[in-house]
Write a protein that binds this ligand. Structure first.
Ligand SMILES: Cc1ncc(COP(=O)(O)O)c(C=O)c1O
Length: 400
C-alpha cells in the first residue's frame, strides 16, 4: 500500500529530488486534502451555524460531520467531546486557562515532563506562576526515557493535572502513556496527552487509553495549518468554560449578562477555519486508507536504517537512545553547528531541522545547545537516508 506513496503528494512532483526529512515539523499535504479544501472554497463556501440558506446549511452539516469523523478517529462515540482549535498549542492553552485556572490554588502542583515541547510547558508554567502553584518536571534518564519512578512520586493529592506528550519531538521517545495514565488515575489526577507527534501513525483509541484530554494538530497529520483538535472526556465537559469571548458561543446576550453554550461550542468563538476542517476531514480519510501498523513499520524501518548508517560515521553523535523510538532522530556532527549542517544538507536537497526544537529545558539538561533533527513519515525511504549519509560524509571531509 505504501508503494508509490510519493505520487499522492504534489510537492514531490514539483521537487522530485527533495528528501523531506522534517515531518515532525509538518507533514506534506496529499493531493486529496488540497482538493477537499479547494472544493469547499470554490463551490461550497459559506459560513456555518448562522445561515438558513442551502449553502450555509450544507457547510454546517459538513463541518459537524467532520467533528463526528474526528470523534470516530479517536474512538469517541460522542462528537460533542471534540472541539476544533487552531492546533495543539491552542488546545493545551484551553485546558490550562479554561479548565485548570479556576480550580488551581496556591500550593497545588502541575506535573509535566522534561521531554515536553514548549507548547506543553509554558502554558503550565505561566498559570502555575500566576496562581502560586508548583510546576513539577519529570526527569529523564541518560537514554532519553522518562523516569517513571520519579513521575509516580511527583503525583500527589495536590496535583491538579498531569500533562505530557506521547512522543518527544526532539528525541523521538515514545512514552508508555498507557502506564502513565493509569498512574495518574490511581491518584484521581486528570491526564492530558499531547499527541502532536503520534496522531497520524498511532491508534489513540479512548477506550484503550482513557486519557482525560487529548490535543493534536492537523498539519502533523497531512491536514492544513491552523487546524487542531481538543478532546475532552465527558466527565469534564461541564468544567470547560469560555476563555475567549465573541460570537458563536452564546445562548443569550443582553446588556446585563451573557449565558453560554456548552462545550465544545463555548470555546469555538468566532468563525472557525471551516475550509481547514474540510481538509482535516479529508486527511483522516487519507490516513484511514492505510494500516497504521504498516505505516509505523515502514517509518521504523527507515528510522533504524538511519541510526545504523549514522552510527558508521565517527563524527556523528546520536542524541538519545530511547527504548521505544518513533521516526525521529536527533544528532550532532563534530563541532559543526547544527545550522551549518542543515545548510550544507540543503545544498543537496535534503530538508532537516536544526535548533532546539522548542525543547530548551531538555537540551539544557542534555548539555547540547542544539541538534540536527531528521524525522520520517510514510513517504520517506532508505535511499534518502543514503543521501543523508553521503552528504554528511562530504560535509565532514569539507570541514576538516
Ligand atoms: C510534541 C509537540 N507538541 C506540541 C507541538 C505544537 O504544535 P503546534 O505548533 O501545531 O500547535 C509540537 C510541534 O512541533 C510538538 O511536536
Amino acid at each position: 500500500m505504501l508503494k508509490n506513496i510519493k505520487t499522492y503528494f504534489p510537492i514531490f512532483e514539483k521537487y522530485p529530488d527533495l528528501a523531506y526529512l522534517d515531518s515532525a515539523a509538518t507533514t506534506q499535504r496529499p493531493k486529496s486534502v488540497n482538493e477537499a479544501i479547494n472544493q469547499f472554497n470554490s463551490f461550497e463556501n459559506a459560513n456555518i451555524h448562522r445561515g438558513v440558506y442551502d449553502l450555509s446549511n450544507s457547510a454546517t452539516k459538513k463541518f459537524e460531520q467532520a467533528r463526528e469523523k474526528v470523534a470516530r478517529y479517536i474512538g469517541s462515540s460522542n462528537p460533542k467531546t471534540i472541539a476544533f482549535t487552531s492546533g495543539t498549542t491552542h488546545s493545551i492553552n484551553i485546558i490550562a486557562y479554561s479548565f485548570l485556572k479556576s480550580t488551581l490554588n496556591k500550593g497545588d502542583n502541575i506535573v509535566i515532563t522534561l521531554l515536553d515541547h514548549h507548547a506543553n510547558f509554558i502554558p503550565w508554567q505561566m498559570i502555575a506562576q500566576e496562581k502560586g502553584a508548583e510546576l513539577r518536571v519529570v526527569p529523564i534518564n541518560k537514554k532519553g526515557d522518562l523516569d517513571i519512578t520519579s513521575l509516580g512520586k511527583m503525583l500527589d493529592e495536590k496535583t491538579k493535572i498531569l500533562s505530557l506528550n506521547h512522543i518527544s519531538n526532539s528525541l523521538g521517545t515514545v512514552n508508555d502513556i498507557h502506564e502513565i495514565i493509569d498512574l495518574g488515575h490511581k491518584k484521581n489526577i486528570p491526564v492530558m496527552i499531547d499527541a502532536a507527534q503520534s496522531v497520524a501513525y498511532y491508534d489513540l483509541d479512548i477506550l484503550t487509553f482513557n486519557y482525560d484530554f487529548l490535543a493534536f494538530s492537523g498539519h502533523k497529520m497531512f491536514a492544513p495549518f491552523g487546524t487542531g483538535v481538543l478532546y475532552v472526556a465527558e466527565k469534564w465537559i461541564k468544567s470547560i468554560t469560555p476563555y475567549n469571548y465573541g460570537g458563536g458561543i452564546i445562548k443569550n446576550v443582553s446588556a446585563e449578562e451573557t449565558t453560554f453554550s456548552d462545550y465544545p461550542f463555548n470555546i469555538e468563538a468566532g468563525t472557525p477555519n471551516i475550509s481547514g476542517v474540510m481538509g482535516l476531514s479529508s486527511a483522516i480519510d487519507f490516513i484511514n486508507t492505510f494500516d497504521k501498523a504498516e505505516m509505523r513499520q515502514h517509518i521504523s524501518d527507515v528510522t533504524h536504517y538511519c541510526i545504523e548508517q549514522l552510527s558508521t560515521i565517527n563524527d556523528v553523535k546520536i542524541i538519545g537512545t530511547p527504548e521505544k523510538r518513533s521516526g525521529i532522530v536527533s544528532f550532532v556532527v563534530k563541532d559543526i553547528h547544527p545550522h551549518d549542517v542543515a545548510s550544507f544538507l540543503n545544498q543537496d536537497n535534503i530538508a532537516v531541522r536544526a535548533g532546539m526544537h522548542c525543547t530548551q529545558p531538555l537540551l539544557m539538561y542534555l548539555e547540547t545547545p542544539a541538534t540536527v533533527r531528521v524525522s520520517f513519515s510514510i513517504y520517506n525511504d532508505r535511499q534518502e537516508v543514503d543521501r543523508l549519509k553521503a552528504s554528511l560524509v562530504a560535509l565532514i571531509k569539507f570541514w576538516t
